[in-house]
Design a binder for this molecule. Sequence first.
Ligand code: ADP
Ligand code: MG
Length: 912
Amino acid sequence: MASGGGNNRNGTHRNSLKGTTTTSTASTDKPLSVNSNPSKPAFKNKSSPLTGASSGLRKSSPGSLGGGAAKDDAGVPGRVRVAVRLRPRNAEESVADADFADCVELQPELKRLKLRKNNWDTDTYEFDEVLTEFASQKRVYEVAAKPVVEGVLDGYNGTIMAYGQTGTGKTYTLGRLGEEDTANRGIMVRAMEDILAEVSPEIDSVLVSYLQLYMESLQDLLDPTNDNISIVEEPKSGDVSLPGATLVEIRDQQSFLELLRLGEAHRHAANTKLNTESSRSHALLMVHVKRTVKGREPAHSSDNGNSTSMARSLRPPLVRKGKLVVVDLAGSERIDKSGSDGHTREEAKSINLSLSALGKCINALAENSAHVPVRDSKLTRLLRDSFGGTARTSLVITVGPSPRHRGETASTIMFGQRAMKVENMLKLKEEFDYKSLARRLDIQLDKLIMEHERKQKAFEVEIERITAEAQNRISEAERNYADAVEKERLKYQKDYMESIKKLEEKWMMNQQNQGNERKEQMVHIAEEVAEVKKLLSKETSLRKAAEEEVDNLKSQLAQLKMSEALANSEILKLQKMVEDEVCQKEKLEGEISMLQSQLLHLSFEADETRKRLDRGGPGKVPGGLDSPVSQVRSQLKDSGNGEKASVAKLFEQVGLQKILSLLEAEDADVRIHAVKVVANLAAEETNQQKIVEAGGLKSLLMLLGSSEDETIHRVAAGAIANLAMNEKNQELIMSQGGISLLSTTASHAKDPQTLRMVAGAIANLCGNDKLQTKLRGEGGIKALLEIVKCGHPDVLAQVARGIANFAKCESRASTQGSKTGRSLLIEDGALPWIVQNANSDASPIRRHTELALCHLAQHEVNAKDMISEGALWELVRISQDCPREDIRTLAHRTLASSPDFIAGLKRLQIDY
Ligand code: ADP
Ligand code: MG
């Protein structure tokens, strides 16, 4: 409802014919003058009284709507069209008002309504359409609604509204579903039928919402929980929208009927006394129709016909959006008068608010008032476009015939009259549909992509086919090549085999020639091989044995290592002892050197003294005589018991070790004195053991080898002879090469006393049973037989003693069976000397040789030699003349028992 239109609307005119003539003809101009709009033709067109405006719209010829021409963007003038409909008397009225005339009288052909004031006075009103109680629903639709619906389909907003007292047929007119009789279908159903018949379901859309406004609260009849929908107005365009309302897309009539039924069921109805079906709420059906304009360029297209199809396809489609609003208003009667109970006054005010606000706005518009209170109520806000806006609006006011409701009817008529004065500016709602263009392009793009993919696929298949073909060709070429190569190879192989064969034949021929030679070589080689094998196995076994030996040695080595470790510890011990000994030795050496100097001093003094004595008899011995060393020297010079005693004394005073160490002294005199002292000591059996233990024997034997002095030789040999009386010492002498040393000494000796000492020593050794063989082996017997050459009886006596000792031991061994064969004495040629000396004048010689002969004779094995050497005679003599009775008896018994001797005696004709 635009506030104050600047259009060529006329000012307000009273449409009442009150106070003027009651004839209808006279008032014709007056009500008509109310509608200053000259577009009367529509009303003159009987078949479609309101379509004049509609066709005008279609032809974009606003001029036909009356008023001035308007520019496109400003819209075309379109006055609110008002039709009045009279309900027939209902049953109750037929009875109650039977005696009264209707309060209205209709003149439909004149489009006039006469309202009876009293029995003689009426007011006449002219409307755009006057529909009697006999008007069919179809006719009502066509007259009051169809032009609006067509406008909506063409892209204009449209409003169809019913106004009137409760029970006068508003709902009947608008909302009847016509289920019982299709002829009764109301405007809503018929409008939807027309819309659905016109739209193309593929490109157009029909969306419906159904709402109820009650006590200023807007409720969604399609979703009762949604009971406070807010109204959003776009300030620029003035468009009203309800973002919170349910929008249902309608594709067929049946679903629309379902929707209406559902909405009706939800409708909050306030029962009133007047009519239980009537409502105190306003019902609003909103139908949004969006249509794509086909085969027409948009009105403002600048296309000059040169564009390509591509450009055309990129052009967004043109759409027209028309909104049809069908409003079934609440009853227009005053609430306090309605007698409805349960409502307080405040509630009644609130219930009537929207309707009275609508009345006020329409009044303001009709009177071209500066202020239209659109914002006073939700209904007026919602219908902003319908009154004074851009919509084509058609109002049906419903009246009842009863004179009892004359006041209400009059008020309704006045409302209709005022509404007729409201001028709207119809505007086409046309725009480009970029969204659908985008969708279309998306689809096109999808198609192109699909096409591309299809081509790509085909291309890939083709590539695969070509690849496979190429592969086949390649493999065929490869096969051909392989075949050719194989053929070539076979050919060469064959050639090769043939040449080999030829060569073999040649070789065979050569071979046959060389065959025989070769065979021999082969045999030879085979033999060599066998030989080598034998050697190899021998080597192997040797190697095994060696390995075993190595193992053995290894284990021995391990043992040795162990014992070596033990020995090492022993050695360490001994080394310690040796160190001690060395210390001791150093000490002794110091003492020795001291003694040596003393001895030298003494010797010097002794020589001096001797010289003095030689010169002039006993003189005074220099003071040194009293010294111990002087005593030693004098004692050494003494002989006999006195000497021995002195030596013993010396031994005690000086110590054996020191004396023995002097045996190795540098000075010869000292050595001589020392060896004499030792010899004297060795003469004593008690000293012998000590001397040997102190190493004296070893020193003496060494002196025999090292010294060239015969005195030393003589004295040392004597000492050795004395020591050789002991069996243990005999073994020591032998083990230290005594025989060899003694025989060498003997060979160099000039003094018979030296030889006597040597012979005595050997003679003692000869008396040892254990040393027989060794002694003889080392030339002991031969040495004795050498010594006898000197002829000194003392020497010979010692030799004889030795031979007797040897013979005795040998005889004992032969008797015991440990010795077999001839006597070693005989072997070494001692027998002649024995026989020769058996009857010696020197009794010691004779005694020993006689004994030796007797021992030799004991054994038959010696008999022959003895007989041949002339021992038999001696034996006979011994058995007769020997002064020792035991020897005599022995000789006799031997001669008597030995068969050889007996035979010998016989042969020699010895009478025995
Ligand atoms: P409102 O909606 O204005 O309150 P309704 O449409 O409910 O009135 O009508 C009230 C009663 O009158 C209903 O029973 C309805 O059938 C009946 N009626 C209304 N108009 C007509 C008509 N033109 N012809 C026959 N019956 C009608
Ligand atoms: Mg109703």
